[in-house]
Ligand binder design. Structure first.
Ligand code: HEC
Length: 190
């Protein structure tokens, strides 16, 4: 199985889509409309060996291993989602493209654990790693601008990295403008 090309997009979607997906309300209708025609016990269609209307059977495709179609909590590694986004072999549904809204819901549902039970505990969404610019502008109460990188908050200080020599210098938060104090706090959130 090749690595999904849209891994980044999927990680992004997973990180920024809030809210809890409910399989019966949000996901099953999408599959019913777009997939049951060829993947349903009721319609006696088991294309590729997959059915999604009998949940006991569908459940067998959901597990955290290399062969499962859906890996709970890992949309970017779920083949099921990849073939709905990518135009490679076995794109699903074969001659159509699910809407961005439907893709988002399915991504969310997988990211939260791909459970059929809306009351099951949700997995925490995968957090995107924050990348801070190496040098930012800080203003102090005297109106002076300090160009430095953010390192961390430490007690009442913000530790800044000076671009000239990379030295880490603690600076009292209270001496920064309100906007710069807020910037420091925002930077500290992972
Ligand atoms: C018009 C019929 C049709 C529809 C609609 C359809 N599929 Fe398929 N699907 C197939 C066929 C045929 C195969 C087997 C392809 C093969 O093995 O070469 C398949 C295979 C698959 C596979 C296995 C793919 C692989 O790479 O092994 C998955 C997963 C799948 N479909 C999911 C879906 C999902 C999800 C939907 C709805 C969003 C969907 N399909 C809609 C016909 C369909």
């Amino acid at each position: 199985m090749s690595l999904p090309r849209h891994t980044l997009l999927i990680s992004f979607l997973a990180a920024f889509t809030a809210g809890a997906a409910d399989f019966k309300k949000d996901i099953q209708p999408i599959l019913e409309k777009n997939c049951y025609e060829c993947h349903s016990e009721k319609n006696k269609k088991r294309k590729g060996g997959f059915v999604f209307d009998v949940l006991e059977t569908f459940k067998l495709d959901i597990a955290d291993n290399d062969v499962a179609q859906i890996r709970p909590g890992k949309p970017a590694e779920s083949h099921f989602l990849d073939i709905m986004i990518n135009n490679g072999k076995n794109h699903m549904p074969p001659d159509e493209q699910l809407s961005a809204g439907d893709i988002k819901k399915i991504t969310e549902w997988i990211a939260e654990g791909a459970s059929f039970d809306k009351d099951a505990p949700k997995l925490a969404p995968v957090a995107a790693k924050k990348v801070l610019p190496p040098i930012m502008s800080w203003t102090n109460l005297d109106g002076k601008t300090i160009k430095a990188g953010f390192v961390r908050l430490e007690g009442e200080n913000v530790v800044l990295r000076m671009p000239a020599n990379a030295a880490e210098v603690p600076y009292p938060l209270a001496k920064l403008s309100e906007a710069s104090q807020k910037l420091a706090r925002d930077c500290a959130v992972p």
